[in-house]
Design a protein around this ligand. Structure first.
Ligand code: COA
Ligand code: AMP
Length: 635
C-alpha cells in the first residue's frame, strides 16, 4: 500500500496536541486528560498532567473485562530448561492481583520502589505488573550485572522490596542469584525490608529469616486467604519505573518513565509501527532487564491485547541456530523484534539459512531490529532468507520507543540500507555541528531532537534533575542531545553512525567504557588505563583495555590481564564481555592530558587516522601499535 507515513508525520507537526490527545483515546483513564502537555512542570515537560490511570489496569484488567480472558497473554518458551507454557489474560490477572496483595500486605504502596532482579521467566513480567498495580515504581536490573552494580542501583533507588529468583540459567552454567543479591545488599548502604525469592528447581536458595519470603509460598498463602489487590489510581505523570542505563561515569543514569505518556506512545506504536492487531503474537527476543524488554516484552504487547513471547534461551546453541524459527512457527509469531547481533550469531552458524526451511513461517510478517546499527550485510541476509520486510529502527532507553524507523502499519517508505529510517511523529530530529548550528543534508553531526520530547520520553533522571539537564539539555539549548552522531540525507533518512560519548555497544548492550576504566584503575598495580570499543563481527563492538603498570610491580602482563578481566567481571558483570587488556608503557595524550581514545580505536580497527595536532608525543602511537601487533590484535 502507498505509505501514509508522511501524512501522519505532518498531522503531528501541524497540531501535536490534537495528535496525542487522539492517541490518548486508546487508554482507559480513571480521570481522562483535559490538558495534553504542560511545558513548565519539569525540565522537559509533563504529558497529560491532569489525568489519572493505572498501567496494570490497561495491560491486564481491561482485556479480561472486554472478553479476552482466555487468550494467551504470555507465552513462555524456555529451551534452556526444556519448558513451555502459556498464561492467559485471566490467569495473568489472578497472578498480578495476588502478587500485588502479597506486596501490599508487607507495606509496599504507591510511590515505593521495588527492584526486580530476575531471569527470563514469566514471574519477571508478573512482578513488573504487580508493582505497577500498586502505583509503586519498579526498577528491573539485568541478571548479567554483578553485585556491585546492583548495589549502586539499590542505593540510588532505595527500594523497600526486591524480587528475585534462586538462579538464572546460561548455556554454560547455572548462576545462583541469591548470593549475588545478598552480596549487593551487604555492600549497599540502603537495606530493603523484604526480598521475595522465586525458587527454581535448578537451585534452592537459602532464605534469611525476617527479610526473605518464598514467592510461591507467599502466593499460595495469599490465595488461601482470598487476598487480591485492586489497581491503585496514579497520576499520568507519576513514575511507572526507573531503568538504569550506562552514563559516562560508573554511576548509571536512572531513566524515569511516567505512566500516562508511556502508555499513549506505546499503544500508538503497535499498529502504526509494528503493524499488528490485538490477538496477534508479538515476540521481542531481548531481556526484561533492557528497555526493549520493558516496552516490547511487557508493556506494549499487553496494553494492545497481543500475546507476548518470553523466551529464555539464545539465538544459537539452545539447542541450535533454528530456535528462532521454531518459536516463530510454534506460536505463529507475526512480528519479531531483536538486535542485529542475534542475526549475526545465527548467520555465523547457519550461513545459508538452511534451518529456516524446516519450519512453517507463513504467519511471520516482519522483523524489526534495534539496539545497534543494522549493517547492510545482515539486513540483506535477513531479507533474503526470511522474505519479509526487515526494519531497522533507532531508539534509546531514554525514549522507550522508536525515534526513527519505518511504519509497517501505515505502509513502508523506501529506506536505504544502513539507515534506521525516518523520524516518528513526536520527534523533530535535526543534526547540529558542535557549535549548535544546523548542518546540510548528508553532513555528519550531533543528532538532536527539538524539545519538547514526545510522550514516554524521560521527564528526568531519578533524584538527579541537575544531571538530567547537564547530560541532555544544556549542550544544545532547546534540544535533547541524543549523544549519537549521524546524518540525515536529503530524503529525510536518519543514519546513526556512532556515539559521541564513551558508551560502546556490545551485542546490543549499552556499556560505559568510563565505568570499566574506573574499575581497572581501582586495581592497586595499575597507574592508568583507557578502554575503547573495538569492532567485532559478531557483537558489533568489544571492549579492549590498555593499562599502564605502576613502577616496581613484579607481575607478568598475563597475570595482570587475568586479574583485570576478573575484576571487571566481578564489579560490572559478565555482560561487559571484557576479555582483552593490553599492557602499554604510556597512553597517548593531548598536551592538555586528554587520552586519545578515538585514535587508539582506529589503530586497533586497522583504520587510517590523522596524527592529532595536539598530541603530546607521537611516538606513543607507535608503541600502542607495537603492543597490539605483538598480540595479533590489529584488524
Ligand atoms: N545473567 C547472567 N549472565 C548473563 C546473562 C544473564 N541474564 N546474559 C548474558 N550473560 C553472560 C553470558 O553468559 C556471557 O558470559 P560469558 O562471558 O561467561 O560467556 C556474558 O554475559 C556476555 O553475554 P552476551 O553478550 O549475551 O553474549 P553471549 O555469547 O552469551 O550471546 C548473543 C551472544 C549475540 C547470542 C546474545 O548477546 C544475544 O542474543 N543478543 C541479542 C539480543 C539482546 O538481548 N539484545 C539486547 C537489546 S535488544
Ligand atoms: P539503549 O539505551 O541501550 O537502547 O542504547 C541506545 C543506543 O544504542 C543509541 O543511542 C544508539 O547509539 C544505539 N542504537 C540503538 N538502536 C540503534 C539503531 N537502530 N541504529 C543505530 N544505533 C542504535
Amino acid at each position: 500500500m502507498a505509505s501514509q507515513y508522511q501524512d501522519i508525520y505532518n498531522q503531528w507537526k501541524h497540531d501535536p496536541e490534537a495528535f496525542w490527545m487522539r492517541a490518548a483515546d486508546q487508554i482507559d483513564w480513571f480521570t481522562a486528560p483535559q490538558t495534553c502537555f504542560n511545558g513548565n512542570g519539569n525540565a522537559s515537560g509533563q504529558w497529560f498532567p491532569d489525568a489519572a490511570t493505572n498501567t496494570c489496569y490497561n495491560a491486564v484488567d481491561r482485556h479480561v473485562l472486554a472478553g479476552r480472558g482466555d487468550q494467551a497473554a504470555l507465552i513462555y518458551d524456555s529451551p534452556i530448561t526444556d519448558q513451555a507454557y502459556q498464561i492467559s489474560y485471566a490467569e495473568l490477572l489472578d497472578e498480578v492481583e495476588t502478587l500485588a496483595a502479597v506486596l501490599a500486605k508487607r507495606g509496599i504502596s504507591k510511590g515505593d520502589r521495588v527492584i526486580i532482579y530476575m531471569p527470563m521467566v514469566p514471574e519477571a513480567v508478573i512482578a513488573m505488573l504487580a508493582v505497577a498495580r500498586l502505583g509503586a515504581i519498579h526498577s528491573v536490573v539485568f541478571g548479567g550485572f554483578a553485585p556491585a552494580e546492583l548495589a549502586i542501583r539499590i542505593n540510588d533507588a532505595t527500594p523497600k522490596a526486591m524480587i528475585t529468583a534462586s538462579c538464572g540459567i546460561e548455556p554454560s552454567r547455572v548462576i545462583p542469584y541469591k548470593p549475588l543479591l545478598d552480596q549487593a545488599i551487604e555492600d549497599a548502604t540502603h537495606k530493603p525490608d523484604l526480598c521475595l525469592i522465586l525458587q527454581r528447581p535448578q537451585i534452592t536458595a537459602t532464605l534469611i529469616e525476617g527479610r526473605d519470603l518464598d514467592y510461591k509460598v507467599a502466593m499460595t498463602e495469599a490465595r488461601a486467604a482470598g487476598l487480591k489487590q485492586d489497581c491503585v489510581p496514579v497520576a499520568a505523570t507519576d513514575p511507572l519505573y526507573i531503568l538504569y542505563t550506562s552514563g559516562t561515569t560508573g554511576q548509571p543514569k536512572g531513566v524515569v518513565r511516567d505512566n500516562g505518556g508511556h502508555m499513549v506512545a506505546l499503544m500508538w506504536t503497535m499498529d502504526h509501527i509494528y503493524g499488528v492487531e490485538p490477538g496477534d503474537v508479538f515476540w521481542a527476543a531481548s531481556d526484561v532487564g533492557w528497555v526493549v524488554g520493558h516496552s516490547y516484552i511487557c508493556y506494549a504487547p499487553l496494553l494492545f491485547g497481543c500475546s507476548s513471547v518470553i523466551y529464555e534461551g539464545k539465538p544459537v546453541g539452545t539447542p541450535d541456530a533454528g530456535s528462532f524459527w521454531r518459536v516463530i512457527s510454534s506460536y505463529n509469531v507475526k512480528v519479531l523484534f531483536t538486535a542485529p547481533t542475534a542475526f549475526r550469531a545465527i548467520r555465523k552458524v547457519d550461513p545459508k539459512g538452511d534451518l529456516i526451511n524446516a519450519y512453517d513461517m507463513s504467519g511471520f510478517k516482519a522483523l524489526f531490529l534495534a539496539g545497534e546499527r543494522t549493517d547492510p550485510d545482515t539486513l540483506h541476509w535477513a531479507e533474503d532468507k526470511l522474505n519479509v520486510p526487515v526494519i531497522d529502527h533507532w531508539w534509546q532507553t531514554e525514549t522507550g520507543w522508536t525515534i526513527a524507523g519505518n511504519t509497517l502499519g501505515c505502509g513502508l517508505v523506501d529506506v536505504p540500507a544502513g539507515s534506521s529510517g525516518r523520524p516518528m511523529p513526536g520527534y523533530d530530529v535535526q543534526v547540529l555541528d558542535d557549535g549548535g548550528h544546523p548542518v546540510d543534508a548528508g553532513t555528519l553531526g550531533n543528532i538532536v531532537v527539538k524539545l519538547p520530547l514526545p510522550p514516554s520520553c524521560l521527564p528526568t533522571l531519578w533524584g538527579a534533575n541537575e544531571r538530567f539537564r547537564e547530560a541532555y539539555l544544556d549542550t544544545f539549548p532547546g534540544y535533547y542531545m541524543t549523544s549519537d552522531a549521524g546524518i540525515i540525507d536529503a530524503d529525510g533518512n536518519v543514519f546513526i553512525m556512532a556515539r559521541t560519548d564513551d558508551i560502546i555497544n556490545v551485542a546490543g548492550h549499552r556499556l560505559s567504557t568510563g565505568g570499566m576504566e574506573e574499575v581497572i584503575t581501582s586495581h592497586a598495580d595499575i597507574a592508568e588505563c583507557a578502554v575503547v570499543g573495538a569492532a567485532d563481527q559478531l557483537k558489533g563492538q568489544l571492549p579492549v583495555g590498555f593499562y599502564v603498570i605502576n613502577d616496581g610491580v613484579d607481575k607478568t602482563a598475563e597475570a595482570l590481564e587475568a586479574e583485570l578481566i576478573q575484576l571487571v567481571r566481578s564489579q560490572i558483570g559478565a555482560v561487559a564481555a571484557f576479555k582483552t587488556a593490553v599492557a602499554v608503557k604510556r597512553l597517548p595524550k593531548t598536551r592538555s592530558g586528554k587520552v586519545l581514545r578515538g585514535t587508539m580505536q582506529k589503530i586497533i580497527d586497522g583504520e587510517p587516522y590523522n596524527m592529532p595536532a595536539t598530541i603530546d608525543d607521537p611516538a606513543i602511537l607507535d608503541e600502542i601499535t607495537e603492543a597490539l601487533n605483538a598480540r595479533g590484535l590489529v584488524k
